[in-house]
Design a protein around this ligand. Structure first.
Ligand code: MN
Ligand code: MN
Length: 464
């Protein structure tokens, strides 16, 4: 009997729960890492806030802002903010850029409710803000929860005004109303996806009329508050990027505190893993290590701050030229970890996954050879050679990983920035943290998987 057991261990692939393999030292390192991540996530509720906070962390680690024309040498640590909405960081390697860079790409935008450009109106002596949802949301999840307003207003004088309302405990918050069950018979009979209309997702912002005789007195009162606080008028809102985001604090979840609940794990959990991995690299890497925090992933990666933008070529091209290399040679020899979250198997909804290939909480960083939908359309497909490379490096460094897929075949699907990196002639693989309730206002991840994702990015940065 004993012999047969060993034979099985030798031939079968049997992943283990991380808590069965982790020692006390690893566990305390994991806890410390996750406390840092929780702080970052709690303070980073928009892509601009993520970029700003990432720059502050990077500068504390000795990174300096890249200025075109700057001389670059091995070991230099630089960052470049793309319009304050996306961030590129690099540590110059010992080898020339023509031998390739090691790129980790995550995104820092998350689903939310954007304010329309003409948002403010009054109806029935209540003031509201019109919204246009951003990214893939289940609309019913965004009603009757506390919301905060974050973003930026730019005046015609060119002044940029940052807005955060509702984060401090003594500040007001906001909400989108929902029907009481008593009167929701018609609504409840609708399909879940039709029950909440996008144009009814209006944010309640006031109810007190301004002390005068004219029309729209509640709207005027709200506008007067915005004017006294920020010096803006209604027309200034036209050139604003204001978002309503969930007001929940980032908290431990579970009696054993093994999970983290919060808004925007997708994909700030991987963005933070990349940042920390870059910061924790000892000495100059062999090949230049690049960290990307991209915007607009949730809407298809288009536009100047998205991963399809040539801002990436611009930045990498500058690094190449500064060190006498060609960009096309660099891309051809680069490797990219597309660090984005994946769907964790949820025992409450087992039907959407195929258990043997689904990511499990506490089983480590989730690798995807491909994502996409139907017959694998709309995806990068990591070459088997790259998958083998990841196995080799992660196994050697004791980083727990799992190979997974995004739901069972023909159930749906999704994508990441991986294909836009693959299209650039860069060998790319998806790797990230499994999430429960992805894209909900409150998402859940396992601390162990957060830590292993950081360790995975660090292992690849350090190896190459
Ligand atoms: Mn994502
Ligand atoms: Mn997403």
């Amino acid at each position: 009997m004993e012999e047969k057991k060993d034979y099985r261990a030798e031939l079968f692939y049997e992943p283990k729960n991380g808590y069965e393999t982790m020692d006390a030292e690893q566990r305390s390192a994991m806890e410390a890492y996750c406390e840092d991540y929780k702080r970052f996530l709690n303070d980073s509720r928009t892509e601009r806030e993520c970029v700003r906070n990432a720059i502050a962390l990077a500068e504390a680690q000795g990174f300096v802002e890249y200025v075109p024309g700057m001389e670059l040498k091995t070991g230099d640590k630089i960052y470049y903010s793309n319009r304050g909405k996306a961030l590129l960081l690099a540590i110059m390697g010992k080898k020339p850029m023509s031998e390739g860079a090691v790129v980790a790409a995550a995104h820092v935008d998350s689903p939310r409710l954007d304010l329309k450009q003409l948002p403010l109106y009054e109806d029935n002596e209540l003031a509201f803000l019109k919204t246009h949802y951003y990214g893939g949301i289940k609309k019913y999840q965004w009603t009757a929860i506390p919301l905060e307003l974050h973003g930026t207003v730019v005046t015609t004088a060119g002044e940029t005004i940052d807005v955060v309302i509702g984060r401090d405990p003594d500040e007001p918050q906001f909400m989108v109303s929902d029907l009481l069950p008593h009167l929701a018979g018609d609504q409840m009979a609708k399909k879940l996806g039709d029950a909440i209309k996008a144009e009814s997702m209006n944010i309640l912002v006031g109810s007190v009329p301004y002390d005068d005789e004219g029309k729209d007195r509640v709207k005027l009162a709200v506008m007067s508050i915005l004017n006294s606080r920020y010096g803006i008028t209604e027309e200034d809102l036209i050139s604003s990027e204001l978002y309503a985001v969930p007001a929940f604090d980032v908290r431990d979840i579970g009696l054993d505190r093994s999970l983290i609940g919060g808004y925007g794990h997708d994909d700030r959990v991987c963005a933070y893993a990349e940042l920390r991995a870059l910061f924790d690299l000892q000495g100059a890497p062999e090949r230049t290590a690049v960290c990307i925090l991209a915007d607009k992933e949730e809407t298809g990666s288009d536009g100047v701050s998205g991963m399809k933008s040539e801002a990436f070529e611009w930045f990498m091209g500058k690094l190449c030229r500064a060190t006498g290399s060609d960009l096309d040679d660099c891309f051809a020899h680069s490797v990219c970890i597309s660090a984005d979250v994946t769907a964790a198997f949820d025992p409450n909804y087992p039907d959407v996954s195929e258990k043997r290939n689904a990511a499990k909480l506490n089983y480590g960083v989730g690798l995807h050879k491909f994502t996409g939908a139907r017959g694998k359309s709309g995806t990068n497909d990591a070459p088997a050679e790259l998958v083998a490379y990841m196995r080799r490096v992660l196994n050697r460094e004791g980083v727990q990983w799992q190979m997974c897929e995004l739901g069972k075949v023909d159930q749906g699907g999704g994508g990441t920035v991986a294909m836009y990196m693959g299209n650039r002639n860069i060998d790319t693989i998806d790797a990230g943290v499994p999430v429960i309730s992805m894209h909900a206002p409150f998402e859940v991840v396992a601390k162990y998987d957060c830590y292993m994702t950081y360790r995975a990015v660090l292992a690849v940065y350090a190896d190459c």
